[in-house]
Design a protein around this ligand. Sequence first.
Ligand code: COA
Length: 181
Amino acid sequence: MQAAAELYIEAFGRKFKAAVADRDKLVAIIAKSFVTEYAFGAFEGENLLGIAGFQDAKKGFTSNIDFAVLKEELGFFGAIKAAAIFSLFDRAPAQHELVMDGIAVSKQARGKGIGTALLHAVQNYTRENGFKTLRLDVIDNNPKAKQLYLRTGFVASHHDDFSYLEWLVGFSGATTMHWRP
Ligand SMILES: CC(C)(COP(=O)(O)OP(=O)(O)OC[C@H]1O[C@@H](n2cnc3c(N)ncnc32)[C@H](O)[C@@H]1OP(=O)(O)O)[C@@H](O)C(=O)NCCC(=O)NCCS
């Protein structure tokens, strides 16, 4: 779980850092909260090289990051601040919809098809479990990820402008994309 948390933070550090500045506390919160049934992992032997989380209307890979877990690590006021920032990223799935809850490949293993394979695994899961759509959001300053999603059949549906939050989260907007089985 520690390895998955480290990988997740390496990839999404900026977004999480705004909520929890202390890296060790952030790793502890995330490692405690992952719901592993809601993710696919790519391994080389024992080594975790990549992870793709998802969520449905009931639960998700990071849905256990709740106020109680935050309070344990950050205290009451730290937890309020972190919960408020995390709520900005809430993407509650509709019925029959699956939503990506983070895909990350370790830096040294990128560009070898692992991200594509993980996305295919989530797409297969979407199809086999009768979901009508797989949704994700990709931030404006991540053209590599957007390229990967276009290549795997996702279609952009709308764009949200967050320029007023750029100072806090480090990006100015995000595109919502859908893939349908
Ligand atoms: C986005 C991310 C998950 C992609 O993972 P990845 O394993 O590098 O993805 P892939 O290797 O499948 O694809 C990346 C590129 O490598 C190319 N590639 C795939 N297999 C290859 C191979 N065997 N040899 C050479 N190139 C290859 C692909 O064609 C692709 O090219 P593209 O950039 O033109 O689309 C990864 O960069 C990452 O973790 N980024 C940080 C976290 C992040 O941004 N997550 C997405 C948030 S929305």
